[in-house]
Ligand binder design. Structure first.
Ligand code: COA
Length: 157
C-alpha cells in the first residue's frame, strides 16, 4: 500500500469514491459528486491517495479548518473504497494524515461534521486520540433516519 500525493490522473478514481459516498448519503453533507470534488481539491488543500496494486483504494485531504488566525488547526476528510473497507486502509491513512499535518506545521486537527450514526468513523477517530468536543443536534439530514446529530471532534498534534 503506497500513500502518495494526488495528481490529475487520479480524477476518475476520486470521482468513483465520491460517487460511492454521495450515493450512500449517510456520512458527508454533499448531495452530488462535484461537492465532494470541490472540497477535496479546494485551493490550499493537500490531497493524497492510497495506491494498492495500481488501484486507488482510498483518499484523504488535509487543509486549514479556518483561515488566518485559526489556520494552525487542520481539517481533514477520508474516503475508502466501499469494497476495501474494514481492511485497515482507513486506519493507515488516518495515522499518516496526522503525521503529514504535523509536518505541515498544523497544531491540531478538527473534524466539523462527524455524523453521529457513522459509528465506524467515530470509533476510529477515538482510537486515534480524537475527543468529541460538542454535538450539534439535528444537523444532518440522514436519508433514512431523518435529522441526526453531528459531532465536532478534535485532537492536538
Ligand atoms: C471511516 C472509513 C474511512 C474507515 O476506513 P476503513 O478502511 O474501513 O477502516 P479500517 O479498516 O482501517 O478500520 C479502522 C477502525 O475503524 C473502525 N471500524 C471500521 N469498520 C467498522 C465497522 N464496520 N464497525 C465498527 N467500527 C469499524 C474500527 O475501530 C477499526 O479498527 P479495528 O480494525 O482495530 O477494529 C471508511 O469506512 C469510509 O471511507 N467511510 C465513508 C467515508 C467516511 O465516513 N469518512 C469519514 C467521515 S467523518
Amino acid at each position: 500500500m503506497i500513500i502518495r500525493q494526488y495528481n490529475d490522473q487520479d480524477i476518475s478514481s476520486l470521482e468513483r469514491l465520491a460517487k460511492q459516498v454521495v450515493d450512500d448519503g449517510t456520512v458527508f453533507p454533499f448531495e452530488d459528486e462535484q461537492g465532494v470534488l470541490d472540497y477535496w481539491l479546494s485551493p490550499g488543500a493537500r490531497t493524497f491517495v492510497v495506491d494498492w496494486q495500481n488501484q486507488v483504494v482510498g483518499t484523504f485531504v488535509i487543509k486549514p479548518n479556518l483561515p488566518d488566525r485559526c489556520s494552525h488547526i487542520a481539517n481533514a476528510g477520508y474516503m475508502v473504497d466501499e469494497a476495501r473497507r474494514g481492511q485497515g486502509i482507513g486506519r493507515t491513512m488516518s495515522v499518516r494524515s496526522l503525521e503529514i499535518a504535523r509536518e505541515l506545521g498544523f497544531r491540531a486537527m478538527q473534524f466539523n461534521i462527524v455524523v453521529a450514526t457513522n459509528l465506524s468513523a467515530i470509533r476510529l477517530w477515538e482510537e486515534l486520540g480524537f475527543v468529541r468536543i460538542g454535538q450539534i443536534p439535528k444537523a444532518f439530514r440522514h436519508p433514512s433516519k431523518g435529522l441526526v446529530a453531528v459531532w465536532i471532534m478534535h485532537r492536538e498534534l
